[in-house]
Write a protein that binds this ligand. Sequence first.
Ligand SMILES: NC(=O)c1ccc[n+]([C@@H]2O[C@H](COP(=O)([O-])OP(=O)(O)OC[C@H]3O[C@@H](n4cnc5c(N)ncnc54)[C@H](OP(=O)(O)O)[C@@H]3O)[C@@H](O)[C@H]2O)c1
Length: 345
Amino acid sequence: MALLLKAEELKGLISIEEAIGAVERGFRDQAHHPRFSLPRQRMTAGDRRINIHSGGSVDLGIAGTFIHYERHRFTKADQTYAAAGKRVYLAYDSESAALLAIIVGCIPLYDFDDNDIATETAITSAVGTKRLARDDCRVMGLYGTGRQARRHLKVMCTLRPIRKVKVFSRSAENRRAFCALMQPHVDAELVAAASPEEVARGSDLIVCATGSNVPVLHGEWLEPGQHMTSIVASNKEIVQEGLLDRPRRELDDEVLRRADVIVATLRQQAVYDEQGDFVEPVANGVIEWDEVVDLSAVLAGEASGRTDGNQITLFKQNSDQGVGFMALARLAHDKARAAGVGREI
Ligand SMILES: NC(=O)c1ccc[n+]([C@@H]2O[C@H](COP(=O)([O-])OP(=O)(O)OC[C@H]3O[C@@H](n4cnc5c(N)ncnc54)[C@H](OP(=O)(O)O)[C@@H]3O)[C@@H](O)[C@H]2O)c1
């Protein structure tokens, strides 16, 4: 029998640490079974898009698809969501082939949010950051004051002993409101930064969690030992339709030039999506594709991550992947069964 779950029934059952552990295990297994995953697929018409994340983990005994539909708004400067439908997980038991679970909605991981959109993204960011950032990160620089910024703040403060976070987005009012809203949820002191440069300078951990279409982080501000995580991915279809003339960026070329270690959630996704933060530096001769390493390879010990405290490292969380969603579906299913929530179908 399969379990039909409303995601909100999982509220309070899954901790951030457990979610990170599950997703880490899923991505490690991806190194051994790379053909059990596909890069995220999109079907689009202007601002309409359906996103399909398919994958599986032999280790976790699960395979399937996570699907969601949304409308978005875009300008040359940024992109925001105009509407988003309920997310759906469809998960099979990869051993018995039985349908295991249908989960409607995003897995609730944060008590300060509606948990309706993309709760999983910051968890994958955490998996890469955990491997690459120094253990003694105490100062964090955060770009963005929206949904992803709130979640990344919480997750990064769970991962590392962060004492101070400098926050920047274009609106001073958004910076102030973010600090007021989020201060009760973390021990670190939240401070609104006056400029984007101030965020990067002196930070051990830099997180770009914006909806920007243009670089927010500039490589000239970087210092030895820093780690950066960035989440802006692709607007290939919008560019192909002639609605914008440039691919999205969150990092400038100098960031890529100065990074000693570059890890992506999935390099193939960057190629497939023609993601600006990779395609343009490659075209400009700043990096070569071979320098971009998959998260799964680092987790499986097939590629090195940070090897020295002075290195500058980058984790480009360049799209959530099916294997990560299925790792969470396994965790959600097991927790739901143990707690007796959901219904058999
Ligand atoms: N990699 C992945 O797997 C993944 C998954 C889901 C979503 N995403 C990406 O995450 C992005 C953000 O999503 P969200 O839900 O957090 O959106 P959101 O709630 O609309 O927040 C976007 C934030 O970006 C800030 N921002 C925009 N341009 C900026 C700039 N130039 N400098 C500094 N801050 C800037 C905005 O603040 P101001 O207006 O005050 O500047 C706002 O706080 C989406 O665009 C999406 O592409 C990635």
